[in-house]
Design a protein around this ligand. Structure first.
Ligand SMILES: Cc1cc2nc3c(=O)[nH]c(=O)nc-3n(C[C@H](O)[C@H](O)[C@H](O)COP(=O)(O)OP(=O)(O)OC[C@H]3O[C@@H](n4cnc5c(N)ncnc54)[C@H](O)[C@@H]3O)c2cc1C
Length: 159
């Protein structure tokens, strides 16, 4: 899978598009889940804790903090302080990037305050797509490596 990222200028008048422009600054220090402007979040769709390396890379490229759904911490794939939702942390980042998370109501209760939500899920009927601003129906194990590659190349071209 090939993903390309391009910097563009948008001259549309406000109101002509659904998404509102947001200001996101990239920070490479370790961030807490509640303070980060960008969150990269993984769910049970990530299949096992060994697969978190690709999300860690996305988080590093974005200057984001990592978080996750509750089953992920119940299974001890990730530490409990990363769990967001009704029974976890309530967050309101500028960008919430959800990978392999179904979007159950108890999860959404903790993340609905996010300004922009981007969802990657293989199931086009996952409830998260109803709440998301942007969605990719696809396999995280194909989409995330391609996305990381495109993001890395984009950042290198900026330097
Ligand atoms: C009282 C109560 C409180 C709760 N509190 C919380 C809470 O605070 N936070 C919370 O998160 N949950 C909470 N839950 C649990 C909640 O109801 C859901 O069970 C949970 O959020 C589901 O987690 P999940 O989406 O990671 O897993 P799943 O429901 O198993 O969903 C996994 C998703 O990954 C997708 N997927 C699978 N493979 C891939 C792939 N290769 N690429 C991309 N996508 C893929 C699937 O299509 C699916 O949509 C609570 C439940 C109860 C009853």
């Amino acid at each position: 899978m090939e993903i390309s990222i391009e910097k563009t200028t948008c001259n549309l008048p406000e109101g002509a598009y659904k998404a509102k422009p947001i200001k996101v600054s990239v920070n490479n220090e370790k961030l807490s889940v509640t303070d980060a402007e960008i969150l990269v979040s993984g769910g049970r769709g990530m299949k096992s804790p060994e697969n978190w390396g690709m999300l860690e890379e996305t988080a590093e490229l974005f200057g984001a903090a990592l978080c996750c759904s509750r089953p992920v911490t119940d299974l001890d794939w990730r530490p409990h302080h990363e769990h967001v939702g009704q029974t976890g942390k309530v967050v309101a980042p500028n960008l919430y990037f959800a990978v392999g998370i179904s979007g159950a109501i108890q999860h959404l209760a903790g993340v609905n305050g996010s300004k922009i939500m981007v969802v990657i899920n293989t199931d086009n009927e996952a409830p998260f797509f109803e709440a998301a601003d942007y969605g990719i129906v696809g396999d995280a194990f194909k989409v995330i490596p391609a996305f990381n590659k495109a993001l890395r190349e984009f950042k290198e071209a900026q330097n």
